[in-house]
Design a protein around this ligand. Structure first.
Ligand code: DAH
Length: 342
């Protein structure tokens, strides 16, 4: 047994001199120290067969061998790690004269930029953001919004029907119904999202984006809407932009208004963008029709609100001077690159 201990020590010493890599060293460790059948632990097992008198002495020797082996292997591990680190550094020399790899940089889509800007502004005014479904039923898209069966907005030429009762939403206004049915007044909410209409020309695309707004409380008036919109357009376009209300009609608001902003391009003098009028139409809105509030199970004598809706694509086109909506959706990188507006 003593011979065996000496031989193992000798072998380890010899191997250590030859070993150059971490892998080889690990194999050595497995063979002598940590493997299931490795040499030093096997010696311990054999100890039982040795003479009783010799056992304590042999035990000590084996333990000594184990401590020694652990230490020398650890030292060698350190030395190899250092050598390998140096070799890696040398291999990794950087040639600073090499031309840099060009990384193509993406950018956000103009409509996304506008949406993010608006979400930021509305959040600052206490509006929460709600996203509702794109496939709607008749109740949410039309009936609850006080749009009766014969209303022209239901025309099959405008609406993409999926079945008698289901359709791709034609506007984000059904978001108002979801909000009224799920949120507890008072609340302020915006609903951005995709909408669909069978309409296709330079300023219309079958899929486009809208943002709906709804504020419900007691005694809400048109002044509240106007005050809020005034802040909005100043933040969105420029601080000297003004708003103007024109009477209009929507089934879900009464009274209804169409809102113009003074032209941010010419300051109101008249230019190509505002078609010489000095004003640009940006959204529709009004005081929520009593019937809509009633349809959602609330008391219109107690709760009132204002609502508004507008096209995000339209705002993007106005802001970035895009004259054809299809530029936004054809995915032509050359066109979109011009609006690198991260
Ligand atoms: N839903 C209307 C549309 O698609 C826009 C709109 C007008 C929304 C007036 C409103 C509103 O909330 O009050 O043309």
């Amino acid at each position: 047994m003593k011979d065996k201990i000496a031989r193992i020590k000798e072998n380890i010493e010899k191997s250590l001199q030859e070993i150059k890599t971490g892998k080889e060293l690990y194999e050595l460790k497995v063979n002598y120290l940590i493997g299931k059948m490795s040499e030093i632990p096997s010696l311990m097992k054999e100890l039982g067969k040795a003479d009783k008198d010799e056992r304590p002495k042999l035990g000590q020797m084996i333990n000594g061998l184990k401590d020694w082996a652990t230490e020398v292997i650890a030292e060698k591990e350190k030395a190899i790690a250092e050598i390998e680190r140096r070799a890696r550094y040398e291999a990794e020399t950087i040639d600073i004269t090499m031309p840099a790899k060009k990384r193509e940089e993406g950018s956000l889509h103009p409509v996304t930029v506008i949406k993010n800007e608006l979400v930021e502004i509305f959040s600052g005014m206490g509006f929460m953001v709600m996203e509702t479904r794109e496939i709607e039923d008749d109740f949410h898209n039309f009936t609850a919004l006080n749009t009766p069966k014969e209303h022209p907005a239901r025309d099959k030429q405008d609406t993409f029907y999926i079945s008698d009762d289901l359709m791709l939403r034609t506007h984000t206004s059904p978001g108002q119904i979801h909000a009224l049915k799920t949120l507890k007044p008072p609340f302020k909410v915006i609903v951005p999202g995709r909408v669909y209409r069978a309409d296709d020309d330079a300023t219309h695309s079958p899929m486009f984006h809208q943002m709906e707004g709804l504020a419900i409380d007691k005694k809400v008036s048109l002044c509240d809407l106007q005050g809020m919109l005034d802040v909005l357009v100043k933040k969105m376009f420029s601080s000297n932009v003004k708003t103007r209300f024109r009477p209009s009609f929507f089934p879900f608001t009464e009274p209804s208004v169409e809102v113009d902003v003074s032209c941010f391009e010419c300051g109101g003098k008249g230019c190509k963008l505002c078609k010489g009028t000095g004003w640009i139409e940006i959204l529709g809105g009004g005081i929520v029709n009593r019937k809509v509030i009633e349809n959602c199970g609330l008391d219109p004598d107690e709760y009132t609100g204002f609502a508004f809706g507008f096209g995000l694509d339209r705002i993007a086109m106005l802001k970035y001077g895009i004259n054809n909506i299809h530029i936004l959706y054809e995915g032509d990188v050359r066109a979109l690159k011009q609006f690198k507006i991260l």
